[in-house]
Structures are given as C-alpha cells and as structure tokens.
Design a protein around this ligand. Structure first.
Ligand code: SF4
Length: 275
C-alpha cells in the first residue's frame, strides 16, 4: 500500500511558537493545556518540567504562568497580573487578533457575532473581550430568531470552515445595513484543509492524526470524510486497526495543527507495518 502525506499538515506557526516559549521557560506552568495534544504536553512535562495548572487560584506570587495558544478570558489574565504572577503570553497572534477586534468593535457600539464553538477555550477568551451583545453561533441556522442592532461585527473561530463562515455573513448582510466581516480564520487552517481535501480525493483510506479534543483535527477529519468515506481519526499508533487497510491501495495521512512530528512518524511507520 502506498502511504502519502498531505502537502501541508501538522504543527502550525502558533503551536511551534508556543512550544518554543514553553521549552525556554523550564519549570514554568501552563494555565490550561498549552496545546490540544496530551502526548506533547507530557513530553514538555518530562523534558522541560513544564507543569499543567487547571485551577487559577493555585498560582502564587512569583510563579511563571505560560498562557496557552488558545488564550484565556480577559478577567483571568487580569487576575494573574493582580496576583503578581510572571505572565508569559504564548497566545497565538491569530487568536489575539479576534480578541482585539471584539474589544474595539464592542467599544464602538457594534453587536458582536462569533462563528464558533461557545465551549471552546479560544471562543471563551474572544467573547470576554466584548463589552456586551455577543452572540456565538455554530451554524447559520442558529441565527434564526436572533435580534441584532444595525451595526454588527463578525469574527470566526480560527479553525472554522470558510464556506460555513460565509453563509453566516451572507445571512446577516441580507437583514442588516452594516455588517463588518473580519476573516479571522487562520492560513494554517486553510492550507491543511485544502491539502487534506486534495489527498482524500485520491486516497482509498485516510488517517488523520491528532488529539480527539483538537478542534482543527476534528475539522480535518470531517473534510477528509466528506471526500473519502474511509477516514479515521487517531491519536497515536495504538489506535490504528489493520482492518482499515485491507484491500486498499493508497493511504493518505494528515495531522492537526497541534500534532508533533514524532507522533506522525510513529503512526506512518505503523501503517506501513500493518499494510
Ligand atoms: S491553527 Fe492557526 S490560530 Fe491556531 S495556533 Fe495554529 S496558527 Fe494559531
């Protein structure tokens, strides 16, 4: 069986940057998981003594807190500063951007619409920068029955599909005079998504590698499945099943933006072994 990697896959700029920051701060703590990949978080803990803190109240004056790639809510950041914690910001600049847009537009009196998952840490952070009137929707259908003032600013979760975002914006433009659209979907997402689509179209079976709690990995898996019905999401080599590769000729492989190279290598080696 041929095993082919997508043209673009794996670690994005924001994740590489966050890991470098954590590695440079040996003995620090990340507030919340630095990235959505448990195996890489364990590696940082073992090799760089970077621990994971989930409860903000456990930070003490002088501790070093690394802020995760997805960012944190504004009031939590203020609390860390208030407690005199040494804050090291590893928030991806592509996540900081929608936070700033939300704050500015909200200050100018715009209602904010966010296209994304209200329970995702990135969106919780972005929402916190709006003064009032923030609405989060996962689909255009969820806009039904919602009331907005005349001025609306729209942003998207960085990992969302652009086509779906456009549907939300089009819907709002039909019924409102002023809609300011900020395309906050990041290029790393586009590149990995385009590449997985192209590869899935020419493969009999697809394996997408990444954390099952990683939004961009799930998105890649969903695009892959739309274009190749035998698409599987795995976190590591142990999740592979030899039955997936029976009578298959071409296997495509992609990986989410927070999947490290060492896991991708382990998975591709195991696929070759199983086929
Ligand atoms: S996927 Fe994009 S927004 Fe998310 S961390 Fe990577 S570069 Fe930043």
């Amino acid at each position: 069986m041929n095993v082919k990697l997508a043209e673009n896959y794996g670690f994005c700029f924001g994740v590489k940057r966050a890991i470098k920051i954590a590695e440079e701060n040996i003995g620090s703590s990340t507030y919340g998981p630095l990235i959505h990949n448990g195996k890489e978080i364990n590696r940082l803990q073992e090799d760089f003594q970077v621990s994971l803190v989930e409860d903000i109240s456990t930070f003490k004056e002088g501790d070093k807190a690394v802020i995760r790639t997805h960012g944190i809510p504004k009031d939590e950041l203020a609390l860390l500063h208030e407690k005199k914690i040494d804050v090291i910001d590893a928030t991806c600049p592509y996540v900081t951007k929608p936070q700033q847009i939300c704050e500015e537009m909200s200050n100018e009196g715009y209602d904010i619409v966010i296209f994304g998952d209200v329970n995702h840490p990135e969106i919780k952070g972005v929402m916190s920068y709006a003064k009032k009137g923030v609405t989060v929707v996962e689909s255009v259908e969820e806009l039904e029955g919602k009331f907005f003032y005349e001025k609306i600013a729209v942003v998207a979760q960085t990992t969302r599909k652009v086509d779906e975002f456009m549907k939300v914006c089009n819907h709002l433009m039909r019924s409102h005079k002023e809609v300011r659209v900020f395309n906050t979907i990041c290029n790393a997402t586009f590149d990995n998504q385009d590449a997985v689509k192209a590869l899935a179209n020419e493969s009999d079976v697809m394996v997408v590698i990444g954390g099952k709690n990683s939004s961009n990995t799930k998105e890649l898996h969903s695009i892959s499945k739309d274009n190749c019905k035998d698409s599987y999401l795995v976190e590591g080599p142990d999740d592979l099943d030899s039955a997936w590769f029976l009578n298959k000729k071409d296997c495509g492989v992609s990986a989410g933006a927070s999947t490290p190279d060492w896991i991708i290598k382990q998975v591709t080696a195991k696929i070759k072994e199983l086929s």
